[in-house]
Design a protein. Sequence first.
Length: 270
Amino acid sequence: MKVVVASIVRPILTAVTKAEWQGQRNIPREGGVIIAANHLSWADPLTIAHYLYVAGRRWPTFTAKEGVFRIPVVRAVANSTGQIPVKRGSTDAIKALQEAEKALAEDGSSVIFYPEGTCTRDPELWPMVAKTGVARLALTTGVPVVPVAHWGEQHLLPYGTKRLRPFPRKRVRINAGPPVDLSAYRDQPLTATVLRDATAEIMRAITELQAQIRGEEPPAVPYDPKRARNRETEQSGQPERPAGSEPAAEEDAGGEAGETGEAGSGTARP
């Protein structure tokens, strides 16, 4: 079934995108590996999976929120290739974490995660502040984290719309960097500070790769959606939500395809 799906999806992506791939040599050909990528569009799970399968020679595995499974093409691919669905705000998020950990540590799989948890809200589409689940999973399993950055899918299927814009073909550039050096955190207790610092290292690597692709300078401080919401609340005169008051399921389970939340569950949401 995997070969059948690949034979269907690859011609479609070739027809609607002009792929420019770099860095595939940084992807291990075997053994468990976390592919940590930025998130621009509902289309990039397909383009990243295409890159990993063809250029990286690895079968892509996502842990995906149910919302992603509602997208017809993505649903067809996910249901037939062993992807891991997660129900938001449920104990299934913990189950997904366990399955992702097993896939990495025992099955030697390549699992794609979006550390940001959702499509970036940065006005210029730079990677934003991420949740700590990917760092937790990496430090728990000891598998390498390969950063992947990409650019162009936002023109194919912009976030917030289901209107596909296939023509003319869109230029999609993807680049993988060397595994992120997390050795400084491997033997430390998994405190909030350690996880935040390790997460920052992962996101810094992804942002630097995207800056190379775009030929632009990234912001000095990544966009933080929580701070942005608090600023909007202050400006509107409404009481500010106390830090840490977000629903536990929201914070722990995380958001989009391949994302891991604070508790480390791999998930995805639109």
